[in-house]
Design a protein around this ligand. Structure first.
Ligand code: CP
Ligand code: NVA
Length: 310
C-alpha cells in the first residue's frame, strides 16, 4: 500500500515514521538498481515541473536526472522565465501547471508560497527548499546516517550553526525516527520556536531527545553525526558580515569533532564554505560523507517521486 500517492510533500511534519523509513528503504533499493544498471521506469511518460526562485546545483540536477532515470521528464522553470516573475499569481500558476504535468517541485523563499501552490494544485507538490524547510535534504541525510551506522534508534545527530531550514527539517526527521538531535546555535540564530516545539512533541512519542543549546561542544558530545550548514543562507546575504562574527565559535573543526564519538561522521548539505562553518581538514577528511549525502538526494527523491506520482 502506498499511503503517499497523490499527496504533497511540504515538510516532514506530514510524513509518518513508517512513511519515512519506507522511503529510505525504497531509496536504498533504487540505488542498488541504478548501480547495477537495472531499468526502473516507474514514471514512464510522466512529467514534473520544477520551479526555482533560488539557485541550485544538487536539487536541480538530482531531480532532473532522477526523473529521467525513472523514464519521465522534468522541466526546469526559473521563476523569472515564467509569468510568475511578472506577477501571475501562485494559484493561477498551480492551476495551469496541473493541467499539463503530473507533479510540481518548487524551491521558494516563503514557505507560505509553497503551501499556496499546493492548495491550488491538483497534482503533488514537492518542497525543494523554502526559508523554513528542506525536507528532501533531511531525507537524504538520514538515509546516509542509516547506510553508515545501520540503525536509527539510539543514534545522535548534532547540528552546529544557523537554526535555518536545514536545521528545522533535520530536527523533525530525527524526532520522527527516534534519533537524538542536539542543535547548537548562537543567541539570536536558534531554530524557530514553533518548529522546535513541534519536533519536541513528535519526539515524546518516539523517545528521541531534541534540544537547542548554545554550547557546540555540549551538542556534539557523544554524537554519531556532526552536521553544519552555511552561516548565511540564500536570501540573508545582507547579514553576511555580522553573521561571520556571531558564528565564529561554531566552526566545525578537528577540535570540535574530537568531542563527538571517535567514529562520528561529518555531514553538510552543501554548498559549503571552507574556513567558515567547516575547515577543509574536516570536510575533506576521512570522517566526511558529504558526497555520499549529496548522491543520496538522487535516490531518495526518486523514491519520493515514485511514491507521490507513481
Ligand atoms: N543541498 C542543496 O539543496 O543544494 P543545492 O542548493 O545545490 O540544490
Ligand atoms: N541553508 C541553505 C541551504 C542550501 C542548500 C540555504 O537556504 O541557502
Amino acid at each position: 500500500a502506498n499511503s503517499l500517492k497523490g499527496k504533497h510533500l511540504l515538510s516532514l511534519l506530514e510524513l509518518s515514521t513508517d512513511e519515512i523509513t519506507q522511503l529510505i528503504d525504497v531509496a536504498i533499493g533504487l540505488k542498488k538498481m541504478q548501480k547495477q544498471g537495472e531499468p526502473h521506469h516507474y514514471l514512464k511518460g510522466k512529467t514534473m515541473a520544477m520551479i526555482f526562485e533560488k539557485s541550485s546545483t544538487r536539487t536541480r540536477v538530482s531531480f532532473e536526472v532522477g526523473m529521467n532515470q525513472l523514464g519521465g521528464h522534468a522541466l526546469f522553470l526559473s521563476r523569472d522565465d515564467i509569468q510568475l516573475g511578472r506577477g501571475e499569481t501562485v494559484p493561477d500558476t498551480a492551476k495551469v501547471l496541473s493541467r499539463y504535468v503530473d507533479g510540481i517541485m518548487i524551491r521558494a523563499y516563503e514557505h507560505t508560497a509553497v503551501e499556496e501552490l499546493a492548495a491550488n494544485s491538483s497534482v503533488p507538490v514537492i518542497n525543494a527548499l523554502t526559508d523554513d524547510h528542506h525536507p528532501c535534504q533531511a531525507l537524504a541525510d538520514l538515509m546516509t546516517l542509516y547506510e553508515v551506522k545501520g540503525t536509527f534508534a539510539g543514534r545522535k545527530l548534532a547540528y552546529v550553526g544557523d537554526g535555518n531550514n536545514v536545521a528545522h527539517s533535520l530536527m523533525i526527521a530525527c524526532a520522527k525516527l527516534g534519533v537524538d538531535c542536539s542543535v547548537a546555535s548562537p543567541e539570536g540564530y536558534e531554530p524557530k520556536k514553533e518548529i522546535t516545539e513541534l519536533a519536541m512533541d513528535i519526539a515524546k512519542e518516539t523517545g528521541a531527545v531534541i534540544e537547542v543549546l548554545h554550547d557546540p561542544h555540549a551538542a556534539v558530545s557523544g554524537a554519531d553525526a556532526v552536521y553544519t550548514d552555511v552561516w548565511t543562507s540564500m536570501g540573508w546575504e545582507e547579514e553576511q558580515e555580522i553573521r561571520l562574527q556571531a558564528f565564529q565559535p561554531y566552526q566545525v573543526n578537528s577540535e570540535l569533532m574530537s568531542s563527538a564519538k571517535s567514529d562520528a561522521i561529518f555531514l553538510h548539505c552543501l554548498p559549503a564554505k571552507r574556513g567558515e562553518e567547516v575547515t577543509a581538514e574536516v570536510i575533506d577528511g576521512p570522517q566526511s560523507y558529504v558526497f555520499d549525502e549529496a548522491e543520496n538526494r538522487l535516490h531518495v527523491q526518486k523514491a519520493l517521486m515514485v511514491a507521490l506520482m507513481g
